[in-house]
Design a protein around this ligand. Structure first.
Ligand code: GLN
Length: 304
């Protein structure tokens, strides 16, 4: 029997000793105010046992982690039709890279980079009756927690500095791969990125990916096969141009965000979430990557 609490404690103690904690994202000005010393780890098993260390109950900006939840909803609405508008290949490039989009005729490489997520936002606003309200309610239902919300300051901060996302959305529109107005798609996208959650709420929200598409309320949101595909996308595309490194050192499907969060999971076993706002050069949480690498090494729990 593995003593998960003491393994997590050891990893936490070790990781907090790290001198170089990376750099807090500042291209979205509102994110730059976060304390670099925050660090939380939370694990939830599929049986429902929870382990938490450090700042695991403190909310942070989930940023790109939201892309997986948005994709899930788009797949539940449109099934395989989604893949006509966005591909499933790793990009090997930063999350906001634009040149490939032009070269590949407005079909984003995958739904977990910004351009792909904008297409997913477009699909969602076409299908939801009240897009922002319906999306936050979906996340509240996954977590059984009505306290989860958008952070309007963060959404606004990103809008007024979102030049590259505006460029991507305009390029998509020029290729007829956005059906709604650029402003409406970006407004939804900036809001979904601004959602604030803590590690334990994220572990709950991602339970459906470890549980064949069924959430904590035992409701089926996506099929087993769709769940398998979303996990495959997290593994191959969840960390931008560091997806290979994450598979190599950690070996779990997962998703990062520039708020410093990472969620990773082992199907049928557990979901683990880390938060440390200092990022490495590729935009992934420095201590989070380190802690998860230690976790799968010490427990030998990975998909490989
Ligand atoms: N909202 C951020 C952006 O679009 C999300 C980036 C990220 O978390 N990698 O730039």
């Amino acid at each position: 029997m593995i003593d998960l609490q003491s393994i997590l404690q050891d990893i936490y103690t070790e990781a907090t000793k790290t001198q170089d904690k990376g750099v807090v994202a500042s291209y979205i000005p509102e994110l730059a105010n976060v304390d670099i010393n925050k660090f939380g780890v939370h694990l939830r098993t599929c049986e429902g046992t929870e382990y938490g260390i450090g700042d695991y109950n403190e909310k942070f900006s989930i940023q790109s982690i939201s892309k997986v939840l948005a994709l899930t909803k788009a797949i539940s609405f449109k099934g395989n039709e989604v893949w006509a508008r966005v591909d499933v290949e790793p990009s090997g490039n930063p999350f906001n890279f634009l040149s490939l989009l032009e070269l590949e005729n407005g079909i984003p490489r995958n739904p977990l980079i910004n351009a792909g997520a904008l297409v997913i936002s477009d699909i969602l606003i076409s299908h939801f009756e009240n897009p922002k309200e319906d999306f936050i309610n979906f996340i509240r239902a996954l977590t059984l927690d009505d306290s989860i919300n958008y952070n309007e300051q963060v959404a606004h901060s990103e809008k007024i500095t979102g030049y590259r996302n505006y460029a991507a959305a305009n390029l998509l529109k020029s290729f007829n791969n956005l059906h709604n107005e650029v402003e409406d798609v970006l407004d939804f996208y900036f809001h979904q990125c601004s959602i604030e959650m803590n590690c334990s709420q994220l572990s709950k929200a991602f339970y459906l990916f470890a549980n064949k598409g069924k959430c904590l309320q035992n409701k089926t949101h996506i099929t087993e096969s769709q769940t398998k595909r979303i996990n495959a996308l997290m593994l191959t595309c969840g960390f931008y141009d560091e997806a290979g490194e994450f598979a190599f050192t950690v070996g779990l499907p997962g998703k990062s965000g520039v708020g410093g969060g990472i969620v990773a999971l082992l199907p049928n076993k557990f979901i683990i979430t880390t938060w440390s706002p200092g990022l490495n050069k590729k935009g992934n949480s420095k201590l989070g990557m380190l802690a998860l690498e230690q976790f799968t090494t010490k427990t030998e729990l990975s998909i490989f």
